[in-house]
Write a protein that binds this ligand. Structure first.
Ligand code: DC
Length: 210
């Protein structure tokens, strides 16, 4: 079984997907983490992320493993704790807009999850990566609510207004990608989470599934 969840940043996708995976005892796949891992590696290596040829050449050489606990292992080192640093967050949209990088990540994710039951979340899970998913969900919320949630997580050094601006900029990039852009699949269940708790959203999704 595949449950695919898409939506913009700050809608609670990964928290919700994680809870549902635990409840159903299936695997949680955090697709953004793959793009974040590659972005971190590129920044650390000092590669110009606008140079698509160099980026792709470098990405092809990276070994990413994904553990049962949803940790990301890059070339043997667990990098999970660094993936939400502001510098990584700010540059991941650019890296993930490169079509060949997306193909690389999509192939890897499909390989890792082949024959597993999963809950996956990202921007193009319902439309490109797992278009035949049994359940498709699109989570949404206003930019103000999403910025406040990110601010309250306390993982960023930015002010609330800076986070809001960066979220709007990322939405813009995510919606305008050549491939894998963020859009609502025709057969997706649309949930506006602005006024809902995480538990309530999980309840709505679980009710649709069982
Ligand atoms: O979901 P997230 O915030 O961890 O995603 C990080 C970045 O990766 C974000 O800029 C969008 C991008 N992304 C993507 O392009 N496609 C996905 N399936 C998941 C994330």
């Amino acid at each position: 079984m595949i449950i695919a969840i898409d939506g913009p940043a700050g809608t609670g996708k990964s928290t919700i997907a994680n809870i549902i995976a635990e409840k159903l005892k299936i695997t949680f796949l955090n697709s953004g983490g793959f793009y974040r891992t590659l972005t971190m590696a590129l920044l650390d290596a000092g590669i110009d992320i606008k140079d698509e040829v160099k980026v792709l050449e470098f990405c092809k050489k990276q070994k990413i493993e994904y553990t049962k606990e949803s940790h990301f292992i890059l070339n043997g080192t667990d990098v999970t704790a660094y993936l939400h640093d502001d510098r990584v967050t700010a540059n991941t949209s650019q890296v993930s807009s490169i079509v060949e990088v997306r193909h690389l990540v999509n192939d890897l994710m499909r390989k890792i999850t082949a024959s597993l039951s999963i809950v996956c979340e990202g921007r193009d899970m319902t439309t490109v990566v797992f278009p035949n998913a049994e359940y498709k969900i699109y989570l949404d919320a206003s930019a103000d609510v999403r910025a406040k949630r990110r601010f309250d997580q306390g993982v960023s050094n930015m002010t609330l207004e800076e986070i809001r601006e960066s979220i709007i900029k990322r939405d813009e990039m995510d919606k305008n990608k050549k491939e894998g852009s963020l859009k609502i699949a025709e057969d997706a269940i649309y949930i506006d989470t602005s006024d809902l708790t995480i538990d309530k959203v999980c309840e709505i999704i679980l009710n649709k599934i069982s």
